[in-house]
Design a protein around this ligand. Structure first.
Ligand SMILES: C[S@@+](CC[C@H](N)C(=O)[O-])C[C@H]1O[C@@H](n2cnc3c(N)ncnc32)[C@H](O)[C@@H]1O
Length: 294
């Protein structure tokens, strides 16, 4: 099959996919190494059977609603590549707002501990470890399917992140950290946890009932936040604040309708100077606050 023939074949398979042109180019580029330029300048070039089959198979899966990111096997977040696939949430552009806000609030020379709860692919933990080079980042994830992606993404990005597999809803996990705003690193040194960051599962019952087709392929464990979508915020704010150093920052990604509820949860848990930040579409996407009296 030539490049041009593959192009026509993918056009026909993807005809009902909303972003078909973008998806086609990604499939051709990532699965066959064909760039836009090659398509324009060498349409007659023959492809190996394996390369053509891989793109055709990928396009068929895409046409059936399977997420493009899972087919490609990796996705970009904050300028870095993250391996993704069945069992792990695909990093979203909205989550870059959480990174921007965390980095700007902590400052580039922040050298305390950062705890990323519900870490998934590790996009938050890895990005913060790379952007805030003096910090010590810890990541906690429960899912046995997601955890290997976390391990691999930390390794592939050369990030210094300490990993913990466990349930953030279970208080006994806190015993892995010293209660009093510190955590022990590999050398037995105690570090201040100056920031707890989380993008927890936050979809409500109603939202789970009307998921976009692609999202139904992502793990329910990564999406469902209890009937009102708020159960993780309640537990994290109330339980995990014990680890925060004085003046420590707790910062969450939220659904666009959840900001007021999460502000109240933080304030009821003793946080002050509560703030929000908007994503690129103008909706509130980040809520955080500081723990002054610790
Ligand atoms: C919304 S996803 C966020 C993933 C990643 N931080 C991101 O921003 O793309 C939530 C993550 O929390 C994990 N999770 C769900 N329940 C958990 C629990 N009780 N303890 C720890 N992690 C949990 C899920 O497996 C999933 O990876």
């Amino acid at each position: 099959m030539t490049i041009q023939e593959l192009n026509s074949r993918l056009d026909s398979i993807l005809k009902d996919v909303p972003d078909k042109e973008f998806d086609k180019i990604c499939l051709m580029e990532d699965l066959c190494g064909i760039t836009r330029e090659m398509l324009a300048t060498h349409p007659e070039k023959e492809l190996t059977e394996a390369a053509a089959n891989s793109a055709v198979k990928g396009a068929r899966r895409r046409a059936a609603g399977y997420p493009l990111q899972y087919i490609l096997g990796s996705w970009e977040f904050y300028g870095r590549r993250f391996k993704v696939g069945d069992g792990v949430l695909i990093p979203r552009p909205d989550t870059e707002t959480l990174i921007d806000e965390t980095v700007s609030r902590l400052g580039k020379d922040f050298h305390g501990g950062i705890l990323d709860l519900c870490s998934g692919s590790g996009c938050i933990a890895v990005t913060l470890a790379k952007e805030l080079e003096e910090s010590s980042v810890y990541a906690v994830e429960l899912s046995s399917e997601a955890f290997p992606y976390l391990v691999e993404n930390v390794r592939a990005n050369g990030a210094d992140v300490k990993l913990l597999k466990g349930d953030v809803m279970n208080g006994s996990l806190l015993e892995n950290f010293r209660i009093s705003g510190s955590a022990q690193d590999e050398d037995g040194e105690y570090l201040d946890i100056g920031c707890i960051v989380s993008n927890p599962p936050y979809l409500t019952d109603k939202e789970m009932d009307k998921l976009q087709k692609e999202v139904t392929f992502e793990p329910e464990l990564a999406l469902y936040g209890g009937s009102d979508g708020l159960k993780f915020y309640r537990v994290i704010a109330c339980l995990w604040k014990e680890l925060l150093a004085k003046d420590g920052l707790m910062i969450f990604e939220t659904g666009t309708e959840q900001a007021e509820d999460v502000k109240k949860i933080l304030s009821d848990s003793g946080f002050t100077d509560i703030f929000t930040a908007n994503d690129a579409t103008g909706g509130v996407r980040v809520v955080g606050g500081y723990l002054k009296d610790q």
